[in-house]
Design a protein around this ligand. Structure first.
Ligand code: GLC
Length: 600
């Protein structure tokens, strides 16, 4: 029987627990299994350290109470002392990256690109706080946020997860985001995860999971810069990135994961792999696993066959490919994080103070998200004094994205790839609904065919992209990228398109604008998109042109600004392209980063 521990120091408590653990208990802590292939009995029997929800992987009817009940069952299994079992509470993780947006009724705030346009670090901390409360309301402990990508080629499908092409802008948000999520490391906060380490936004051609070809000095200056304030703010986890650096996968890079992150930058939390990121390291999964763990991955995220991964973990330890010292280091890091947030003292999820909180999706949270929408809007063009639109004006509202809360939320919302229509975004307002509430005489005509200069003074046309996530949002030619270059390809997922020219992928938008403009009605165009796009023709046919990015559930924030209760505030976080060239700095932009007009 071990001596009773009196220390409250997390690292001391972790070391004390580690000394009592069997090999099976240690290796179980290093596995993060996806909920769809994991039962509470699995958690208890295999001592799993964590369970996650991939995008769209939801319990029951995806109500808050279903989430609480689900994690309550996992938690109780993890702390079972049945048969003398060591109770080690598990962590449940989710991609709450713009609010807890997987869950029906959540407050969905703008994706990072819009927050980058807002240039308001204090706002970010307030948004992260509301996100933490809505994750806690569902009984969960850990979110895979903030994304600290510095995107250098806007053809990447994850551009919208980036605050900016400018490392300094991204860095300015990192600490506040971590503080807002983690708080005082008690049961009022959730564990944050800085991702994806490192160079995710720098791949050649913006290819998702591609190769970032840079000197270490450039990698450090551009892509590591935002991590320093996140680490200083005490971020407890970091996610390894899918991309390669100079053709070596980040998941396999001992230099990046251990020498730099844990060594030079003194990161004392734990590194989680990305979704089956270990599998991408080679055809022999046991060798791939040994490579990743020895490189510095501490917890392995597994989408489906976590039992096989656990078996292989035992194998690579037994045959010496992974030394026990590395296992102990990984488990010690995981246990220390669990102790640092007081997880061992926490009550079961169903009895926690934030569980099923009425603040989830409540008006106070939506008001903050609506403020973020207002501040995110960037006015790129304004002629003829068409703005602000007087609320009494005869307004025609058109465009495929005018009344589609799913489209305005974008990816990682209810589903991994996002959703269409209004039914599954419970609460909030479409842009049309926001305009109608402020101007009851407004009229909706999606294709603009109702346009009549005798009846309408001005038209608001909401255009742009459909939702997408990760590689399915890439703009690239061909379905795959040559293998053998150490570049993992998204061969199984078709890209969104092949050009930054909006009219090539969505000709319906220009058609709608021109149909209305031809009647003599001035057009205010609002672009819903996950990135800047070549929209020269759409702009030419518009009197005013607004970049609204992916505003989330509170579309009324757009009406607040178009109808004048608030002026424009936002400025471009990325240069706006004049031609179909995504790469940063290659051609002069149509508008430079920092551009943004005011009306008043
Ligand atoms: C995805 C993403 C990562 C996310 C993880 C879990 O593939 O790369 O950002 O946190 O898997 O959903």
């Amino acid at each position: 029987m071990s001596a009773t521990l009196t220390s409250t120091d997390p690292a001391t408590r972790a070391a004390h627990l580690l000394a009592q653990m069997s090999l099976a208990q240690k290796l179980g802590q290093m596995i993060q299994a996806e909920r769809a292939s994991t039962t509470p009995d699995d958690v208890r029997e295999h001592h799993l350290g964590s369970v996650l929800s991939g995008g769209g992987s939801v319990p029951g009817s995806n109500a808050v109470s279903d989430w609480v009940a689900m994690n309550d069952a996992y938690w109780m299994a993890s702390v079972s002392t049945e048969g003398g079992r060591l109770p080690i509470p598990l962590l449940y993780a989710i991609d709450a990256i713009h609010g807890n947006a997987n869950v029906l009724g959540a407050t969905v705030f703008p994706h990072n690109i819009g927050l980058g346009a807002a240039r308001d670090p204090h706002l970010i901390e307030r948004l992260a706080r509301l996100c933490a409360e809505e994750v806690l309301a569902t009984g969960l402990d850990w979110t895979f946020a903030p994304t600290l990508a510095v995107v250098r080629d806007i053809r990447w499908g994850r551009t919208y997860e980036s605050f900016s092409e400018d490392p300094a802008i991204v860095a300015s948000y990192a600490a506040g985001y971590v503080r807002g999520l983690q708080g005082a490391l008690d049961d009022n906060g959730v564990i944050a995860c800085a991702k994806h380490w490192v160079g995710d936004g720098g791949t050649t051609g913006g290819v998702d999971q591609g190769d970032t070809a840079l000197s270490e000095e450039e990698l450090n200056h551009i892509h590591m810069t935002p991590y320093r304030p996140a680490l200083e703010a005490g971020v407890l986890t970091v996610m390894a990135s899918f991309n390669s650096w100079n053709k070596e996968k980040c998941h396999a890079s001992r230099h990046l994961l251990t020498n730099v992150l844990k060594g030079r930058l003194n990161f004392d939390g734990f590194v989680v792999s990305d979704w089956d990121g270990v599998d991408q390291l080679g055809d022999d999964l046991s060798d791939a696993l040994a490579t990743a763990i020895n490189a510095g991955v501490d917890m392995v995220m597994v989408s489906l066959d976590w039992k096989r991964m656990l078996t292989l973990l035992h194998e690579v330890v037994a045959d010496g490919r992974v030394p026990m010292s590395r296992i102990d280091d990984a488990v010690r890091r995981i246990l220390t994080v669990k102790h640092r947030v007081g997880l061992f003292e926490r009550v079961r999820p169903a009895e926690r103070q934030w569980a099923n909180s009425p603040s989830f999706g409540g008006e106070a949270h939506r008001a903050i998200a609506r403020e973020a929408v207002r501040k995110s809007l960037v006015l790129l063009k304004h002629e003829g004094g068409v703005l602000p639109i007087k609320p009494g004006a005869r307004i025609l509202v058109a465009g495929k994205n005018a009344h589609d809360r799913g489209h305005q939320c974008g990816g990682f919302t209810v589903e991994w790839q996002g959703t269409h229509g209004n039914d599954r975004i419970v609460g909030g307002t479409s842009i049309w609904e926001g305009i109608k509430a402020a101007a009851p005489q407004a009229e909706l005509s999606i294709d603009g065919s109702a346009a009549n200069a005798a009846q309408h003074d001005v038209a608001i046309v909401v255009i742009g992209e459909h939702p997408y996530a990760e590689g399915m949002g890439d703009l690239r030619h061909g379905g795959s990228v040559p293998r053998g270059s150490g570049v993992q390809t998204m061969t199984n997922l078709a890209p969104y398109g092949s050009s930054l020219v909006l009219a090539q992928r969505h000709p319906e938008d220009l058609a709608t604008i021109q149909r209305i403009q031809a009647t003599g009605i001035p057009v205010v165009t609002v672009l819903i998109s996950g990135r800047p796009l070549v929209t020269t023709d759409e702009m030419a046919a518009s009197a005013a042109f607004v970049a609204a990015w992916l505003p989330g559930s509170e579309g009324a924030g757009v009406a607040d600004v178009l109808l004048g209760s608030h002026d424009f505030h936002g400025t471009l976080p990325f240069g706006w392209p004049a031609v179909d060239e995504g790469a940063y700095g290659r051609s002069a932009p149509l508008f430079p980063r920092g551009h943004g007009l005011r009306v008043k």
